[in-house]
Each structure stands twice: as structure tokens, then as C-alpha cells.
Ligand binder design. Structure first.
Ligand code: EPZ
Length: 445
């Protein structure tokens, strides 16, 4: 089990880029199943993330062929003919539910079980299922979380009770194959939805409205084909790096990013006393005199993103005064709090609310990453803390950050990744497909 050992107290400074958005690539990979032609789909600059590997495993198991060319992934999906996703692969991540819409649309039938994913509160799929039923699917839920759906889809009106990101994406993919026009109301507005629309339209779909709360899917009138696509830069990874600079009083410039996707974060950073400068596809953050932020409300986009709530919490832990965070998206996304408190933070949770009494400094400790973003928050805490911090269970971090420790080291951090071998000794973390030198997150000259 790998862990990260962080020597705190070093500034994060320099220039870097971020890899493509995990939460765009996963639905885009699922959407590639809608390509029945022999044309290839080329996805540019795909990060080597655990969740991406899991999705590629599933696609392969369904009959797709996957090739790598450096950091690009080349997919052929014309031979996909299996409508059943093995349970162990479904349970690896939440995004496996994205397969439902495209498989149902393509094959008229799908059989899978409830997905796994980060333990951050109940994550039902009722909105996915209800939406697909509105498009004509017959759905049966069986014992053990097994779900079977079948039917020829027809367009219709779908009103989501909540702007669920995953349900919106699943419905967009299903609706592309439906007879007639579909309108999705109260749709999620996240940039990843726009990414999926752009990709599906490149394949030949006719979707409009992504980024607003009403999305319209017109029948494309022809089979979808291949194409070459690059997803948006990962706004959550970008935000994590920016907080790393802010919390260490550093000076970081991110290049080739979309500042317009990070407006809510940048506003909160400014409220916290951090200096923020934006330009076209560029953000610079410089540490300042930190101060508490009275209230940060975590909401669907364009509100403050739940995925950056744990990293922000680490920053607020060091902002003099009292801050308050209201988590309105997930019910149990405060699992990083006991770990941060172990490092000297003073955070009290009551239901969906966290009250943070800023402290002067954090102390190194052995802490456990309980999920992806909680893990990132602890790495940030380690960067700012006095002494040495050990973050265990970092498999969670590998789900969404490619070589996080190497990127941060390129910017001035001192982090080593170690693997405990069975004899109890330690070895340098195994090298992965993408080396530090090839990483898009490497420090720029
Ligand atoms: C996506 O999850 C992201 N994952 C999450 O990122 C992100 O935190 C979340 O959107 C919110 O922004 C991917 O894109 C792969 P939701 P998703 O459906 O689609 C409730 C990360 O760290 N809900 O918008 O699962 C649900 O319980 C991950 O990268 C229902 O009640 O999020 C939650 O409270 C974690 N019924 C809320 O909606 C449903 O059928 C938001 O969930 C679906 C959701």
C-alpha cells in the first residue's frame, strides 16, 4: 500500500499545466460506445488515472479495442456487442453507471449492478433510472443491486428533481439514440456537461444547451462516427494546485487552464486574502495575509464545487478567524475533518455544516486518505504543516490526480511516495505508464 511522506514548510511556486478533466474523460469514454462505425475515436492527452484504467477495462470487456499512442487513447467500438457489465468492474467506481445510457441506446438492453465510488454519502441512481424510464426504457431492479433495462428509446421531456451531473450525462447519451427530440430540464450546468456535448456533437449528435439548465437533443438522423477530441483541463486538479500555492504562501501560475470554470474558487480565494490574477487561459495565485471566510456554500455549478470543498477546508483551517462551510451536495463529505484535526486544525462538524476556527499552524502527523479529495486535502495540509506528514491509503488520490507528488515536487515540495513491501520494508513507488518527464503537470522551464 503506497503512502506519501511530506516534509512541510516549503513554498509551492513556479508554472505548470494540468491534465485533462477526469470527470469529462469518464463520460466521454462511455459515450464512445455510441460509435457503431469502424471509424476510430482518438482522445488526446488522457491522464493515467486509476478510474480511467477501470473504464478502459470495462470498454474492453464489452468488445471495444483500446490502443495507446503516447498519451493519446485510440478506440474502436464497432464490435461492441455485450450488454452486461461484470459486477466487480461496476463496483470499482461511480462512473460505471455512465454505461447504462449508451449501452441501452446502442443494444436496446443493459444489465449491470449499482456502481461503487468514493464514500461521501448516499449516492442513489434514482434520477438516472427515472430519466431513462421517461425515454421509454423498462427497468427492473433485482436483488443484490442488479439493474436490467431494455426497450427502444423515444424522445421526451425529462425534468430532473436535482441537477445531477451523472444523470444529466447518462440521459444525454441515451437521448442521442432515441427517436424524436428530448428536452432535459433542470440539467446540471457543469463544464463537464459542455465537454460531453461537444464530444457527442463531434461524433455527429445534435445537442444544444449544455451549460444551461435546459438541454435539447435532436435526432441526429445518422449513425454516430469517430473523431479526435481533447477534454477541458481539470478544474479540480487546477484548484488543488492553486490552494497548495495559497496555503504555502507561494506563487503559482497555471497555464492552459480555463479560469472561467474556476470563478467561484477564485472569488473565495480572494475573500481569504489570496492574490489572484487571471488572463486568457492562465491563472496566477500568490499567498497573502490570510483571513477567514464567513460562509462558503457548496452547491452545483456555478456554485463552489463540492470536489474542492476538502482542499479549501485545509486552507480555511489556517485562516485566522472563524469560517463556515455548508456542504449542500453530498451528505457525508467531511471525512477529512478528523484527520485535519489530528494535525492541529480546529474544525467542528454539525450535520452539513463545518465551523472552522483558524489556527496559526498545523503539525505533521500520520493521516489517512478516506476518499479522493479528502486525500488531496491532507496532502495540502502536509505541505503547510510543521514537520513530517504521512498520508496513507493514497490509492484514492490515484483515482483523480496523475503523479500528484511529482507535480508538487516540480514546484518546490518535498514529497516521497513509498510502498511498503510484504517484509515491512519500504521501496520507491512503482513507476507508472507516464513518467515524471512526460507528465503534463511537470514544472515548466
Ligand atoms: C459527479 O458525481 C462527479 N463524478 C463527482 O466527482 C462530483 O462530486 C459530483 O458530480 C458533483 O459535482 C463524476 O463526474 C465522475 P451527482 P455524480 O449525481 O454524477 C444526488 C470527484 O471527487 N443524486 O451530481 O455522482 C447524490 O446523492 C467526484 O471527482 C441523487 O439523489 O454527482 C448527491 O447528493 C466525487 N440521485 C447529488 O445528487 C441520483 O440519481 C449530486 O450527485 C443521482 C444523484
Amino acid at each position: 500500500m503506497d503512502r506519501l511522506i511530506i516534509q512541510g514548510g516549503r513554498k509551492i511556486a513556479g508554472k505548470t499545466r494540468v491534465h485533462g478533466a477526469k470527470n469529462s474523460i469518464l463520460p466521454v469514454l462511455a459515450a464512445s460506445l455510441l460509435n457503431c462505425s469502424r471509424e476510430e475515436i482518438v482522445l488526446k492527452d488522457v491522464p493515467d488515472l486509476h478510474d480511467v484504467r477501470s473504464m478502459l477495462n470495462i470498454l474492453t470487456c464489452l468488445g471495444a479495442t483500446v490502443r495507446y499512442a503516447e498519451r493519446d487513447i485510440i478506440l474502436r467500438t464497432d464490435r461492441v456487442d455485450r450488454c452486461e457489465v461484470p459486477e466487480h468492474l461496476m463496483r470499482e467506481m461511480r462512473s460505471s453507471i455512465f454505461l447504462m445510457g449508451p449501452l441501452l441506446g446502442r443494444l436496446g438492453r443493459v444489465r449491470l449492478c449499482r456502481p461503487g465510488g468514493c464514500a461521501i454519502g448516499p449516492r442513489p441512481v434514482n434520477l438516472h433510472l427515472r430519466g431513462l424510464q421517461s425515454l421509454g426504457a423498462a427497468i427492473e431492479e433485482k436483488e443484490g443491486g442488479l439493474i436490467e433495462a431494455r426497450g427502444l428509446l423515444r424522445g421526451g421531456e425529462v425534468l430532473l428533481d436535482y441537477p445531477s451531473v451523472g444523470a444529466t450525462e447518462n440521459l444525454m447519451m441515451a437521448a442521442v439514440t432515441a427517436l424524436g427530440r428530448t428536452v432535459i430540464r433542470n440539467a446540471a450546468r457543469e463544464p463537464e456537461i459542455v465537454d460531453l456535448q461537444n464530444f457527442l456533437n463531434l461524433m455527429g449528435a445534435r445537442i444544444s444547451g449544455a451549460g444551461t439548465s435546459t438541454i435539447t437533443v435532436e435526432p441526429s438522423g445518422r449513425e454516430l462516427g469517430g473523431g479526435c477530441y481533447r477534454v477541458f483541463p481539470d478544474r479540480i486538479v487546477a484548484g488543488t494546485y492553486l490552494v497548495a500555492a495559497a496555503i504555502t504562501q507561494g506563487d503559482l501560475t497555471l497555464e492552459e487552464v480555463c479560469p472561467e470554470h474556476m470563478t467561484s474558487l477564485l472569488q473565495v480565494l480572494e475573500q481569504a486574502g489570496v492574490e489572484v490574477e487571471t488572463g486568457p487561459r492562465r491563472v496566477r495565485v500568490r499567498g497573502g495575509q490570510l483571513k477567514a471566510v464567513p460562509l462558503v456554500s457548496i452547491e452545483p455549478y456555478p456554485g463552489f464545487p463540492t470536489d474542492l470543498q476538502p482542499p479549501l477546508m485545509t486552507l480555511l483551517a489556517l485562516c485566522p478567524g472563524e469560517s463556515r462551510v455548508l456542504e449542500k451536495v453530498f451528505q457525508q463529505r467531511f471525512k477529512h475533518v478528523p484527520q485535519l484535526n489530528k494535525m492541529g486544525a480546529r474544525i467542528r462538524v454539525s450535520g452539513q455544516e463545518a465551523l472552522i476556527a483558524g489556527v496559526e499552524s498545523l503539525e505533521g502527523a500520520v493521516v489517512e486518505a478516506t476518499d479522493l479529495r479528502a486525500g488531496a486535502a491532507l496532502v495540502l495540509a502536509g505541505l503547510a504543516a510543521r514537520g513530517e506528514t504521512v498520508v496513507t491509503q493514497i490509492k484514492h488520490i490515484d483515482r483523480g490526480y496523475e503523479n500528484l507528488h511529482l507535480v508538487l515536487n516540480g514546484l518546490g515540495a518535498r514529497i516521497s511516495r513509498v510502498a511498503e513491501d510484504i517484509s515491512g520494508g519500504e521501496a520507491e513507488g512503482a513507476s507508472r505508464r507516464v513518467t515524471a518527464a512526460a507528465s503534463p503537470g511537470e514544472a515548466l522551464p
